[in-house]
Design a binder for this molecule. Structure first.
Ligand code: EPU
Length: 337
């Protein structure tokens, strides 16, 4: 295991931002990870997974540890369910495709989400009516401070909308090394209720979709709306959809009767940030090499050589304008470093 100095992270973040790590190492086994942690106890550390949910606004004055643990397997099964375990460094989408190829159901609506399996619990990733918390059994994590392994069960992860214990109570204390999901082997819960999916299936005259059909529909929808980070640097949704009280919403709604909203509880509604940003006039806008995607206003993009600071400035401009227009604060979903 080598530790490199002054290492460029441009190829390790999906925004494609140029930033340097003071030191960098990639670990391919749990043993290597333990070694690097025990041998560098006093160094500041920065844990890097797929780099798909962060905006680098400066060089990283720390030892960057890239988690590249690979492997996926079935660990238990019965007639109805299968328990699959994936190491943290597996690419999420490849893992999802692997489950679908074996006719294991549950993750198909989350096809093509960028990033690695190990970071999926951190923000409880979700798309098209599904979230990983509905299929997540547990994850293994290593303590950065004392290198002890700990299992976090679903309940212990305190999952919420793009939230978990790993962003809150135990932030920066653990590195997730593997995740276990429970998936269906038969009687799959095919979920096509999220508007666009049904439309996409109808286009192909599919009435009784298989897991693969749903996955293909999601892939087609995502490809039509969301830029491929390999072609255009981005980090998926830059902002979370704000959740506001119904009381607040009822004050705002009469002024903006077209405002989209989804009820999330008896007292709260979620407003799509993409709608707010589009109405605020930012969709497709470009500021130098930083901009807002033309098909999905929730996604900020790097047209080439934008710096993290430039993208951050666009995000602040959006937040201020949305607040001044609607009185609603939108919060970044990506980690701003
Ligand atoms: N909308 C607009 N303009 C836009 C974008 C959206 O008016 O530019 C409106 C749409 O018309 C729709 C509503 O906002 O009525 C919701 O849009 P969409 O279904 O595209 O979903 P979203 O809420 O914008 C969320 C996730 C995405 C996920 C999609 C699909 C968050 C922060 N984002 O976006 O996740 O793919 O739903 O389920 O929850 C990601 O996290 O990186 C990500 C892409």
């Amino acid at each position: 295991m080598t530790i490199q100095s002054n290492f460029s992270l441009k190829n390790y973040n999906t925004f494609g931002i140029e930033a340097k790590a003071k030191q960098f190492t990639a670990v391919h086994s749990l043993a290597d990870l333990k070694t690097v942690l025990t041998e560098n106890t006093t160094e500041k550390k920065f844990i890097l997974g797929g780099g798909s949910n962060m905006l680098l606004t400066k060089d990283i004055d720390a030892l960057v540890i890239h988690i590249d643990l690979k492997g996926k397997k079935i660990i238990e099964e019965n007639d109805d369910f299968v328990w699959v375990e994936s190491q943290a460094g597996e690419n999420w989408h490849e893992f999802v495709l692997w489950t679908i190829d074996q006719n294991f159901g549950g993750l198909e609506n989350m096809s093509l989400i960028p990033g690695n399996v190990g970071t999926t619990p951190v923000q409880n990733i979700g798309a098209y009516g599904a979230e990983i918390k509905d299929h997540f059994i547990s994850c293994q994590a290593i303590s950065i401070a004392n290198q002890e392994m700990k299992t976090f069960t679903n309940a212990e992860c305190h999952f919420g909308y793009r939230e978990s214990i790993f962003k809150n109570e135990v932030k920066d204390q653990y590195i997730i090394t593997s995740v276990v999901f429970k998936l269906t082997k038969r009687n799959h819960n095919i979920n096509t209720s999220y508007g666009d999916i049904l439309g996409e299936l109808e286009k192909h005259n599919i009435q009784n979709p298989s897991l693969k059909d749903v996955s293909n529909a999601v892939i087609a929808i995502r490809q039509s709306k969301l830029p491929d980070p390999k072609e255009l640097g981005n980090s998926g949704s830059f902002f979370k959809n704000p959740i506001i009280s119904k009381t607040e919403f009822e004050k705002i709604h009469p002024q903006f009767p077209d405002m989209k909203f989804f009820e999330v509880s008896a007292t709260e509604v979620k407003v799509p940030a993409g709608w707010l940003i589009e109405q605020a006039g930012f969709k497709g806008k470009r500021f130098g090499d930083a901009g807002v995607h033309k098909n999905q206003a929730l996604v900020l993009v790097n047209y080439g050589n934008a710096t993290g600071q430039e993208i951050l400035a666009v995000s602040k401009n959006i937040q201020d304008t949305v607040y001044n227009t609607f009185g609603i604060h939108i919060e970044a979903e990506v980690n701003v470093i």
